[in-house]
Design a binder for this molecule. Structure first.
Ligand code: 2P0
Length: 323
């Protein structure tokens, strides 16, 4: 009753921000993402009747709040399996945790995949996506590789609010270059930030109302492999999400100076004809999506910005799987 799974973070191009149900963690809008390859979470789970309690180690440390989220997610699978056996969970990331690099996405995707194997449940990918969503909304997408769409669904129990693949990574191998502006964990986490936004932003209804239109454009862009179209809708969704977050009360500001400088540099490159666009999540890192032959140009541009601490280069990767 032991297994190890690996999952990669994903980056949303059409963003998820806001929930329609906090208990089941149902998003208010669908989203479209790309799953990365070089960055990953590895999670080892061991169910053992000899254990007298559950334990969770994240990057070799105990974190009580995170452990509660992890165990709540394991409980969903224990219930399906009809077991109460205690578990030891060890999870580690090869990239900064909680800093807007989607560590909860890869973390919960790896967790449900490892627990499914350890308990020999053999659940479908759709069911694993639903269970990962309960842990963290974006984790539903990391069950799959390449281009992924998280569907809103219509069922009140959330059973059809799951992700599914749009296009394989090998069909359109884009590159992602991340300019790491800060390694620190963010002040306001996504869950809290989304709820604050829903409760206080006058822009929230417009955000929800436009989501399906944005998703339709991005879905077409992916299916047509139309880089310009994907670039336009992705930058629009990113800026709209941050404008929305800034319009909460108090306003949420995830960007630092180098983040803004990064936006300007990427726009200059785009205007000069390079196939690049930016996206930014709930943190200061600037993520540049490009065609693979643009990576050196993007790296040089990011290296030119004072305050970029690190540059991570990755391509598109696969969904969560067991070792
Ligand atoms: C996304 N983000 O679509 C958006 C864009 C951050 C900015 O999904 O509350 O950690 O656990 O469901 O999954 C981050 O949110 O939030 C996120 P919960 P999660 O990638």
């Amino acid at each position: 009753m032991q297994a190890t799974a690996r999952a990669h973070p994903n980056i949303a191009l059409v963003k998820y921000w806001g929930k329609r149900d906090t208990r089941l963690n149902l998003p208010a809008v669908g989203s479209i993402s790309i799953t990365l390859d070089t960055l990953h979470t590895t999670t080892e789970v061991k169910f053992d009747a000899e254990l007298t309690g559950d334990s969770v180690l994240l990057n070799d440390k105990v974190n009580v709040a995170e452990a509660e989220r992890v165990i709540a997610c394991v409980d969903l699978l224990r219930e399906i399996a009809g077991v109460q056996t205690c578990v030891e969970v060890r999870s580690s990331n090869n990239f900064p945790t909680g800093a807007g690099l989607a560590s909860s996405a890869s973390g919960f995707a790896a967790l449900v995949t490892a627990v499914d194997a350890a308990l020999n449940l053999k659940l479908s990918k759709a069911k694993l996506s639903e269970l990962a969503r309960r842990g963290s909304g974006s984790a539903a997408r990391s069950i799959f590789g390449g281009f992924v769409e998280m569907r809103l669904g219509v069922e009140s129990d959330g059973s059809d609010c799951v992700a599914g693949p749009l296009l394989d990574a090998s069909d359109w191998p884009l590159a992602v270059t991340v300019g790491v502006v800060s390694h620190a964990a963010k002040d306001v986490g996504s869950t809290e930030g989304m709820e604050l936004t829903r409760e206080t932003s006058p822009c929230y209804p417009a955000w929800v109302a436009e989501a399906e239109t944005d998703l339709g454009i991005a879905r077409d862009a992916v299916q047509e492999k139309n880089f310009e179209k994907l670039a336009d809708i992705s930058e629009h969704s990113c800026l709209k999400m941050h404008a929305l977050a800034m319009s909460a009360q108090p306003g949420l500001m995830y960007w630092y100076g180098p983040t803004v400088e990064g936006i300007h540099r990427v726009r200059q490159l785009r205007r000069a004809g390079h196939a690049v666009f930016f996206t930014i999540d709930a943190g200061p890192q600037i993520k540049v999506v490009s065609l693979p032959d643009e990576v050196d140009t993007v790296t040089d541009a990011l290296n030119d910005i004072g305050g970029i601490r690190d540059i991570l280069r990755t391509g598109l990767g696969s969904g969560a799987s067991c070792d």
